[in-house]
Write a protein that binds this ligand. Structure first.
Ligand code: NAP
Length: 336
């Protein structure tokens, strides 16, 4: 089977390899991959920036869609030819998160989607929404579900305000869901050329975070001094302390990403305590969460934003593209 493997800790260690054709065991299905999308995590793993301790080699990419082409013994509820997406944290089926579930993630440590075929437990897939094409459907399991989980945890009522940061794939889905739920969305971007587009997607206001390093002041100007009720934080790093000052009393902050870094050095406790902020760590979601997210995507007809498209042969380039100035939307590898 034609596949890519991440064999080391740099982009050069992404190698195209021939692997044995996988066969589904009892309770498993084999999927012929139609499209797979790239998350920041894939780039961070391929550059040794994130979880360098994960054993290599593995097939990268955590997100994908395809058609079932073989059924293992005892599989019920799925048929040959059905179009399904994967469930990233394969062993997290329902209920609260457990740390042991990290070991069951696709695209490291388990083999992911940048291969012609993938075998998954039938309990780690879901039907792809029919109205979405392969590229769009492939974006849902990680960044889509993460955005949904963040908004669920915040449980903001319609009309409440929320800050989303940058035009990465988590933030874009958070924007789309928040607008659909009637929230008042303030977005940021470091690319002035994307501001009008963000407004056209429903953001009430857009802040250029490169022009306004005093992000909290900019947010307070836009909210009559009150601050926002919710923040989807994908950036982390020193900016986190400033973000706390953008939060209204009793606000919710979903801690999701580390586009800057994971290091915060300063007065973290004071603002959280004094304004009774609610901090939610988010690590994607369970299969039940994925099903609920897909139902909302279907009901609201939300079409995820696809960015650059790559062929299978360009798989390594697709992962490298995360670091480059790129189109708005998630990079997708569309298989031939
Ligand atoms: N906890 C979880 O469950 C979970 C799940 C998925 C992702 N994540 C994490 O969430 C983060 C975002 O992931 P992603 O896949 O959405 O990333 P992505 O698609 O690679 O996001 C890239 C975009 O983020 C914006 N950005 C970059 N640096 C920024 C900064 N310093 N301040 C504000 N915006 C900045 C830029 O938007 P502009 O061009 O508009 O400036 C850039 O185009 C990553 O750290 C990822 O590992 C966590």
């Amino acid at each position: 089977m034609d596949a890519f493997q991440l064999q080391g800790h740099d982009l050069d260690s992404l190698r195209r390899v021939e692997l044995p054709e996988p066969r589904p065991g009892p309770g498993e299905v084999r999927i012929r991959v139609a499209a797979a999308s790239v998350n920041y995590r894939d780039y961070a793993l391929a550059t040794g920036r994130y979880q360098p301790e994960l054993p290599r080699p593995f097939v990268p990419l955590s997100d994908g869609v395809g058609r079932i082409d073989a059924l293992g013994e005892g599989v019920e509820g799925y048929a040959l030819g059905e179009r399904v997406i994967g469930h990233y944290t394969t062993k997290w089926i329902d209920g609260p998160f457990q740390s042991a579930n990290h070991a069951s993630k696709l695209g490291g440590p388990l083999d992911g989607w940048l291969a012609r075929q993938i075998v998954l437990p039938a309990s780690a897939i879901a039907r792809a929404p029919e109205f979405l094409d392969d590229a769009a459907a492939s974006t849902l399991p990680v960044s889509g579900l993460t955005a949904w989980a963040a908004l669920q945890r915040m449980a903001l009522p319609a009309g409440a305000s929320v800050l989303v940061q940058g035009t990465g794939s988590v933030s874009l889905m958070a924007l789309q869901l928040a607008v659909a739920r009637g929230l008042d969305v303030i977005a940021t971007t470091g690319d002035a050329g994307k501001a009008d587009w963000l407004r056209s997607m429903g953001a009430r206001a857009v802040i250029d975070y490169k022009q306004r390093p005093d992000l909290s002041a900019a947010v307070r100007e836009l909210t009559g001094g009150r601050g926002v009720d919710g923040i989807v934080d994908v950036v982390g790093g020193p900016q986190f302390l400033d973000l706390l000052n953008a939060a209204a009393d009793n606000a919710h902050i979903a801690v999701i990403g580390f586009l800057h870094s994971m290091q915060v050095d300063g007065n973290l406790i004071g603002p959280i305590m004094a304004r009774q902020l609610n901090i939610h760590g988010v690590s994607v979601g369970s299969l039940r969460d994925l099903q609920a997210f897909l139902a909302e995507v279907d009901a609201r007809r939300i079409v995820p934003i696809v960015g650059a498209r790559f062929s299978f042969e360009q798989g390594a380039r697709a992962i490298a593209s995360i670091a480059q100035q790129r189109l708005v939307g998630k990079p997708v590898v569309v298989f031939d």
